[in-house]
Design a protein around this ligand. Structure first.
Ligand code: GLU
Length: 447
């Protein structure tokens, strides 16, 4: 195969939907995989929606994801003269005719004369597709107001750009039968077509804004890594076929293959995206990961004057728990302030169970008496107390964690305690024990 030329041909509307970015990604991967060229065509003929800002949003989304086109973008609006000229040529060759649609007297449009035969093409994803001549009526090429329609502009621009592979969403399958007819009438060989499966929500409906974040800018603002979004979107409809799910840009390029694209709808799974994002975060250089997390702390007014060594340590022990930068502050708040929130359910389940406060008070005294406040000593002290009280370690671990962090989940308890340090741990235990005893007394008094 000669080096392919692919293109991303969005109609800019203001924001870039992830479905569109996914189309761009597949085009980019295919071009890169085969040493080809990836192009951008901005289909900006809708003058109301295709503002300069909308076009810029497309460029920004591509730049952020690292999908820079290999040639300057082609703006479709600049090619109107060429489109109209081609329509004239089709009129001359008998492939089109003029008609006053609806007889409104508002002028004539140019209508394409379908060849009156069945049209078939081989789709790289869906296989051979065919449509009967009876289901393929003539269609307008140039409206009576003089504007070329999508089909004409799209096909002519693909020819002008020497596009060899049209990879796009399967909402365009129906259009493609017309496009194939147009190519033939224009004396051009149709490109290869690959129609990508739709992205759907958990209910199997097209994935939209109401299902969650849907625009590239939203993922960017929420601290997703471009590499992770690229990786995840590449897996919507495609897989390398060997079970790998976390792939770098380079690995994606090396593995990509149109033959691996599935025709069935691809379900958008935010949990999996988060997992992939976390995996990519773990692979970043530690300083870069730290900077992203610290930015989120600062955005929440936390850790303004925190010691850099302490910050690095906190995020080192949290490492694989933080899946997005935007979660960093919420997941580590208790390392940076005494004003940390308590999960209601954890308090109910762990602190308000019979005996929990007694255990905590006894543990507090053991911790206070320890010669060294390190993870190993803390563990030995807790285990020893649990044995003395005929309890499992868990009966002490859970309430301790909730008391010092407000949360039911987090890093290993002993590392957590060591990181907080003796003073803060004892203070927090004292405060929580006092507060919970007061609450219990109140509840007793009330009943
Ligand atoms: N502007 C069209 C769209 O965004 C282009 C379709 C195509 O890739 O040919 O759906």
């Amino acid at each position: 195969m000669p080096p392919p030329r692919t293109r991303f041909a969005p109609s800019p509307t203001g924001r870039v939907h992830i479905g569109n970015l996914r189309v761009a990604i597949f085009n980019w991967l295919f071009a890169r995989r085969h040493g080809g060229t990836f192009l951008l065509r901005v289909e900006d003929t809708d003058r109301e929606r295709s503002t300069e800002a909308a076009c810029q949003a497309v460029l920004d989304a591509l730049a952020w994801t690292g999908l820079e086109p290999d040639e300057p973008p082609l703006y479709q609006s600049g090619r109107q003269a060429a489109h109209l000229e081609a329509a004239e040529a089709l009129l001359r060759s008998g492939h089109a005719y003029r008609e006053d649609k609806g007889g409104t007297g508002r002028g004539e449009c140019v209508v394409f004369r379908m060849p009156g035969e069945d049209i078939a093409f081989e789709d790289a994803v869906k296989g051979r597709l065919i449509k009967r001549a009876a289901d393929l009526p003539d269609f307008v090429l140039v409206r009576s107001d003089g504007h070329p329609v999508f089909h004409l502009a799209n096909v002519l621009d693909d020819i002008a750009m020497d596009v060899t592979h049209v990879i796009r969403g399967d909402d365009h399958v129906e259009n493609t039968f017309r496009h194939v007819a147009l190519y033939r009438a224009l004396g051009a060989a149709p490109p290869r077509f690959a129609h990508l499966p739709m992205i759907v929500n958990a209910q199997g409906k097209p994935y939209a804004k109401r299902d969650g974040d849907a625009y590239v800018g939203e993922f960017r603002e929420r601290g997703y890594l471009p590499e992770a979004l690229l990786n995840y979107l590449a897996l919507l409809g495609w897989s390398p076929g060997d079970g790998r799910e976390v792939l770098t840009r380079k690995e994606l390029v090396a593995a990509f293959d149109l033959a691996g694209v599935q025709p069935s709808p691809a379900r958008f799974d935010p949990v999996k995206l988060d997992w992939i994002n976390g995996e990519h975060m773990r692979r970043l250089p530690a300083e870069e990961r730290l900077a992203g997390c610290v930015a989120d702390l600062r955005a929440h007014g936390l850790a303004e004057d925190a010691d850099p060594g302490y910050l690095a340590h906190v995020f080192a022990i949290m490492e694989d728990r933080i899946k997005r930068y935007i979660d960093a502050a919420a997941q580590t708040v208790y390392f940076f302030t005494e004003d940390y929130p308590f999960e209601e359910k954890a308090v109910r389940k762990r602190l308000r169970r019979p005996g929990a406060l007694d255990h905590l008070a006894a543990l507090r005294d053991r911790f206070a008496a320890l010669p060294a406040f390190d993870a190993a000593s803390l563990e030995a002290a807790l285990q020893d107390l649990a044995d003395a009280r005929g309890e499992k370690a868990a009966a002490l671990i859970h309430p301790t964690r909730v008391a010092v962090s407000g949360s039911a989940a987090g890093p290993g308890l002993y590392v957590l305690l060591e990181t907080l340090g003796r003073e803060r741990v004892l203070d927090r235990l004292d405060r929580v024990i006092a507060r919970e005893r007061a609450a219990a007394a109140d509840a007793d008094g009330a009943s």
